[in-house]
Design a protein around this ligand. Structure first.
Ligand code: N01
Length: 535
């Protein structure tokens, strides 16, 4: 694999989402020669690829955007939880302000990455046989870049339109009046379901595990109200980016659930429900740590949800009496009309726990409840989250072994940014970081600045190679395991635990506290980058 002379850079960034774009903007300003490569044809990372009907962000304005005034000054959102097309337009606005496109190669999927020890450089190859080389490799591929298609019997026999939500065709799919089936009821499945129910001939939702979807409380936003709010944006973003981090205005009640008397407890939860979105995720300090406390919140959610579903025969499937997994230990989905659509004559639910899937057929889905004929099959089956973006690539470190081999017995990283044996490479929003417990743009700025400081440190000390200690990485994995033990996350088969992918090692892959995570990064840097070796 020989790099093209014109594709030789100090730094190559992979991925044009919030993290990659922030790096490009800042590293260019710091005088590095830098190129960003992106597999898609546009900006936005997951927002470019997830163009399925109904795709929308689950963080309310202004939490899910960059904090720099030059970006927010002239930008207004039309809704409190913006839709995918508006987010893509926001990325184009970022480009207009920062002029990023000249330094980005679109439609460039990296298929192979090798560290060449003799040069202390990475050599990268693309799917169309182009080559890059760089001293430092910044992987900003995020946690959800590898769609997961389960090995469903007969899937290849289906003759209708079949698409994974994260690979929805750019030209769209004809849905009106057609018989649509959705497999999967995570955030993607919920959004497709509520969007397609009003237009489908018939919609069948195949659910394996009930989602605990929270009320979004969506509303339109005016330019005038945002002009007033922007007067406070400098302080708002300061609060958002400071510990505990991630949201300017979502904070858990510091009390323990059962220490609060029942009437007040209900009032706290009602207030959060009315505010909507992630206000309802972790109402009290012990919601995710104590089973009895967690059950109180589950019961509140269950009763709220059942009140929305007129057909009581669906209650046990959609909002069971007892929780199949603790509340909040899978990433909550936000819904607008998801629980209302089951009142429609053209919507049915197949509960795959009760009536398991038998096979996909040429014209539908066969379960133990019978055969459902379909024109369109939507696979809302999620991602090989956190690690899939690395392991699906031929990604080889200093001794020539792949990252998949290095992680065969479980993921070990140094603080979620470096992998022992994979020198000169940093990960942003990667496995064992706070990804998904820290908003994308927040993490892009905070973890991103830490990486920029590390790269400056390397440059000012004439370092050409860094690696990370295996023992430090094992310590970090022990810390992650302790968090799985100390919280209820280990009790759910979630993608946080790697448990949505058959055969993947079960371990907590995201640090459930952005505050503690960023603190660990800071103390590593303060101790002269403890756990890194420089040469
Ligand atoms: O994926 P998921 P997603 N047979 O893994 C089911 C972000 N996101 O794409 O729970 C039958 O959550 C699986 O069932 P089970 C967000 O962080 C954000 O929806 O494993 N069903 C589950 O119901 C989110 O958490 C937004 O039993 C099968 C579903 O498929 C993350 O992306 C929007 C199956 C997968 O749910 C992933 O969400 C969308 C099988 N063999 C996504 N295999 C926003 O709102 C899997 N399933 C910002």
């Amino acid at each position: 694999m020989r790099p093209d002379a014109t594709n030789s850079f100090d730094i190559v960034i992979v991925g044009a989402g919030f993290n990659g774009l922030y790096q490009l903007h800042r590293l260019r300003a710091e005088g590095w020669s830098v190129r960003l490569v992106e597999a898609g044809s546009g900006l936005g990372g997951v927002w470019h690829h997830n163009r399925y009907p109904g795709a929308r962000v689950d963080c309310h304005v202004p939490n899910y955007e960059y904090s720099m005034e030059e970006i927010w000054r002239d930008w207004n959102w039309s809704e409190r939880f913006p839709g995918r097309d508006e987010l893509v337009a926001y990325f184009d606005h970022i480009d207009e302000v920062w002029n990023l496109r000249p330094d980005i190669d679109f439609d460039t999927a990296i298929t192979s990455a090798r560290f060449v020890e003799a040069e202390h450089r990475w050599h990268l190859a693309t799917d169309d046989d182009r080559h890059y080389d760089c001293r430092w490799l910044v992987m900003a591929t995020g946690f959800g870049s590898a769609p997961y298609v389960p090995d469903l019997p007969g899937l290849d026999r289906f003759e209708g339109d079949c698409h994974h939500t994260a690979r929805w065709p750019e030209s769209g799919v004809e849905l009106a009046g057609r018989r649509i089936g959705i497999i999967g009821t995570g955030a993607s499945g919920v959004q497709v379901a509520q969007e397609t129910a009003p237009i489908a001939g018939h919609l069948t939702i195949f659910q394996r595990t009930p989602v605990y979807a929270l009320a979004m409380q969506q509303r339109a936003m005016t330019v005038e109200e945002q002009a007033t709010a922007k007067l406070d944006y400098p302080e708002v973003f300061q609060v958002r980016n400071a510990p505990p981090g991630s949201f300017a205005d979502v904070h858990r009640d510091p009390r323990k659930t059962l220490e609060v008397d029942e009437a007040e407890r209900v009032a706290v939860m009602e207030d959060r429900w009315a505010k909507g979105g992630f206000h309802c995720w972790i109402p009290f300090s012990d919601t995710l740590g104590d089973e009895a406390a967690n059950r109180v919140v589950y019961d509140f959610w269950r009763d709220k949800t059942r009140a929305r579903i007129a057909d009581a025969s669906l209650h046990e499937s959609l909002a069971p009496t007892d929780p199949p997994y603790p509340f909040g230990t899978k990433r909550p989905s936000l819904e607008q009309t998801f629980y209302d659509i089951f009142d429609r004559d053209n919507v049915s639910l197949v509960d795959l726990k009760r009536d398991p899937l038998v096979s996909i057929t040429a014209n539908g889905v066969e379960s133990e409840a019978g055969h459902v004929e379909l024109d369109v099959l939507v696979l809302a089956t999620g991602f090989d989250a956190n690690t899939g973006g690395f392991t699906r690539m031929d990604f080889r470190g200093a001794d020539g072994s792949t990252i998949g081999e290095a992680w065969a017995d479980g993921v070990d990283t140094h603080l979620g940014v470096a992998v022992p044996g994979f020198p000169n490479m940093v990960m942003l929003y990667g496995p064992q970081s706070a990804a998904s417990f820290c908003n994308g743009p927040v993490c892009a700025e905070l973890q991103g600045e830490w990486v920029i400081d590390l790269l400056d440190h390397l440059r000012s000390n004439d370092v050409t190679r860094f690696d990370s200690d295996r023992s430090e990485a094992e310590d970090w994995s022990d810390t992650m395991a302790m968090w799985a033990e100390r919280t209820l996350f280990g009790k759910a088969n979630s993608w946080y635990m790697g448990a949505n992918i058959p055969g993947k090692r079960r371990q907590l892959l995201n640090m459930p506290s952005s505050d503690l995570y960023l603190g660990a990064l800071r103390s590593c840097a303060d101790e002269n980058y403890r756990g890194f070796t420089f040469g």
